[in-house]
Design a protein around this ligand. Structure first.
Ligand SMILES: [Zn+2]
Length: 156
């Protein structure tokens, strides 16, 4: 006869209680960790500005922050405040948040910025049903912590 592993009753009780405790807490959102390369980006966000790296070699913008230009491989990069306007390139509606910190439904969108690069973000201030590919959007900022202002977009 095959033996089946069993857990003592106390373990079941502990697990159920712990599950209830964990779900009673409202976790914070996953916070980005600025590093030496991305710090200027997050500092601009904290000022309410969207700033991208601009290559002085090929005159292209890039996102996300990197140490070299993704277009020409150059290293002569400078930060420039950009318009914050763009269009919805693609999106999805999340109807079940990964935790209570992310109130569903919400829209995760790929935004094509006027300056060229695309960035993942969220659409706020509108019902998900009115978001459409090609819609014009404008950046805004949401406080995710004392230090982090997260870029989000609204339909214009
Ligand atoms: Zn370049």
């Amino acid at each position: 006869m095959r033996k089946v592993a069993s857990c003592p009753p106390m373990r079941h009780w502990y697990s159920a209680r712990r599950w209830v405790e964990m779900n009673a807490e409202i976790p914070s959102r996953v916070q980005p960790t600025p590093n030496a390369v991305s710090a200027p980006y997050w500092e601009a966000c904290a000022r309410g500005e969207l700033s991208l790296q601009h290559c002085n070699g090929c005159q292209q913008f890039q996102f996300y922050p990197r140490t070299i230009c993704s277009h020409c491989g150059g290293t002569d990069l400078a930060w420039q405040v950009v318009s914050g306007s763009g269009r919805v390139k693609s999106f999805t509606v999340v109807r079940r948040g990964i935790s209570k910190a992310y109130a569903a439904p919400y829209v995760v969108a790929l935004i094509e910025l006027k300056e060229g690069p695309s960035m993942m973000s969220t659409i706020v201030g509108s019902e998900p049903e009115v978001v459409a590919i090609g819609a014009s959007v404008q950046v805004g900022f949401e406080a995710w912590s004392e230090d982090i202002q997260m870029p989000v977009f609204s339909l214009t």
